[in-house]
Design a protein. Structure first.
Length: 88
């Protein structure tokens, strides 16, 4: 993704959100195994939190990373939208 972004340009990434409170809610509701299963078609390979997605983008060389939570209440948001800039 970094190589596809022009210097000074922005990369936009949308991914499902997985933070502490959302995972706790899934565990308490008994739906954690079903949610994280690898046995359903078109399942996700990676699960991201704000911290892990930010770290990945930083390690790739991006700067000025902004992440917004989308859908539902913030603590149990459905998705994240990240905007990260490639330096000049």
């Amino acid at each position: 993704m970094y190589d596809l972004t022009v210097p000074g340009g922005a990369a936009v990434v949308s991914t499902p959100y997985h933070g502490y409170w959302k995972n706790l809610a899934l565990a308490v509701s008994g739906r954690l195994d079903a949610h994280f299963t690898a046995l359903w078609d078109h399942g996700h390979i990676k699960f991201w939190s704000i911290k892990t997605l930010s770290l990945l983008l930083q390690e790739a060389g991006f700067e000025n990373i902004r992440i917004e939570l989308i859908g539902r209440l913030p603590l149990i948001a459905k998705s994240m939208l990240a905007v990260a800039r490639r330096p000049f």
